[in-house]
Design a protein around this ligand. Structure first.
Ligand SMILES: C[S@@+](CC[C@H](N)C(=O)[O-])C[C@H]1O[C@@H](n2cnc3c(N)ncnc32)[C@H](O)[C@@H]1O
Length: 343
């Protein structure tokens, strides 16, 4: 999924830091999980905990991390004769969905031309509405259990960026239709890696959660700058919650007062980071950050050394070219780093 700060390109680097410093660990916690890419990757080797403030991130995690195998949908098959709900939704025609009452169609009424906006086209909005409402109904009627529910909602959410008429985030939509928005929306069939362990996912402020969990490796990938995540991904949040929020303005933002991160606030970030490190009941801590971030490298170093074994502190600089985006010019000085300490 396109997501600010997604670490798909850094998975090997994180693995190298672990291989170099960690022996005999059994659990891995991805406390700012975002797309859940890192948590999914490390599920191959460890019992995984993951967490994020965003509910849609939680849904992606819950569907693929805490679920330890692909759901079987036995009851749905027995009662509704639907063996594969992903195929079922993806092969529906418009006429199959037209009976969905107009007032229930939140995506069409708010994010599509019917509602005066252009995040997705009307037909795709209806496909999303129909799938999301049907999955909610199946869950309420007891036709699918929690594991099946979260897996299907995750597949619904994961499919949306492929047809979104945006440049990646949802702070605004394009005024002309981009090529991707003409594609037919489909639920995205997510893989579930089976590691046979009790993996667990959370949807909390990481600074609070850290007081309640413990394990071996803690991976911390907080936001670097003042851009709050929720307003940039509000459409995906609403797809996951489907809670008919009161949206406002040209961009149809949902309220997010309760979802602001201290890691995006210059006045609060250092204190929040210190709380996190102080309360971490983990032997190995790995932080992803950037030299362009709100916290200074010296502050990070002094906090990590204050609570960890100072002599184990290491900074691994990520070769710049691997992370450069096309939008950034050659003069860009931004550097990514991975920071390790043993606690
Ligand atoms: C840099 S992104 C993580 C990207 C992730 N590693 C990936 O590969 O997709 C930072 C994440 O931290 C989350 N976040 C911000 N503040 C948080 C907090 N206090 N507790 C938990 N999650 C938080 C954001 O919602 C966002 O998903």
């Amino acid at each position: 999924m396109r997501f600010i700060g997604c670490k798909t390109l850094l998975l090997d680097n994180i693995k190298q830091v672990i291989d170099e410093n960690v022996k005999g660990a059994e659990s891995f916690c991805d406390i700012f999980s975002g797309t859940s890419t890192v948590a999914r990757y490390f599920k191959r080797w460890y019992q995984v905990y993951s967490n994020d403030l965003l509910y849609f991130s939680y849904v992606l995690q819950r569907g693929t991390i805490q679920n330890d195998k692909l759901p079987a949908f036995k009851k749905l098959n027995k009662i509704k004769n639907i063996k594969d709900p992903i195929d079922y939704f993806n092969s529906l025609s418009n006429s199959d969905m037209e009976n969905l009452p107009q007032e229930k169609r939140f995506f069409q009424n708010n994010y599509a031309p019917t509602g005066g906006r252009m995040y997705v086209n009307d037909e795709n909005a209806l496909r999303i509405d129909y799938a999301r409402i049907t999955v909610e109904d199946w869950h309420n009627e007891g036709l699918i259990d929690d594991d099946e529910y979260f897996y299907l909602v995750a597949c619904i959410v994961e499919g949306i960026p492929f047809v979104s008429n945006t440049s990646g985030t949802y702070g605004a939509f394009h005024k002309e239709w981009e090529r991707r928005s003409y594609k037919k929306y489909e639920l995205y069939r997510l893989d579930v890696y089976q590691n046979g362990k009790k993996n667990k996912c959370y949807n909390q402020d990481g600074v609070e959660l850290i007081k309640k969990i413990k394990g071996d490796i803690l991976y911390i990938d907080p936001p670097y700058n003042g851009r709050q995540y929720l307003p940039n991904y509000h459409v995906l949040e609403t797809a996951a919650k489907y809670d008919y929020p009161e949206v406002r303005g040209v961009t149809a933002q949902r309220p997010y007062e309760n979802n602001k991160s201290d890691f995006c606030l210059k006045t609060k970030v250092t204190q929040a980071f210190e709380e996190l490190i102080k309360n971490a009941n983990f032997k190995h801590i790995i932080l992803s950050y950037s030299t362009d971030g709100l916290m200074k490298v010296e502050d990070i170093e002094s906090i990590m050394k204050k609570y960890g074994k100072a002599e184990t502190f290491k900074i691994y600089w990520i070769p710049y070219r691997r992370y450069k985006s096309r939008a950034q010019g050659d003069k860009e000085e931004l550097k990514e780093m991975l920071v390790y300490i043993e606690k």
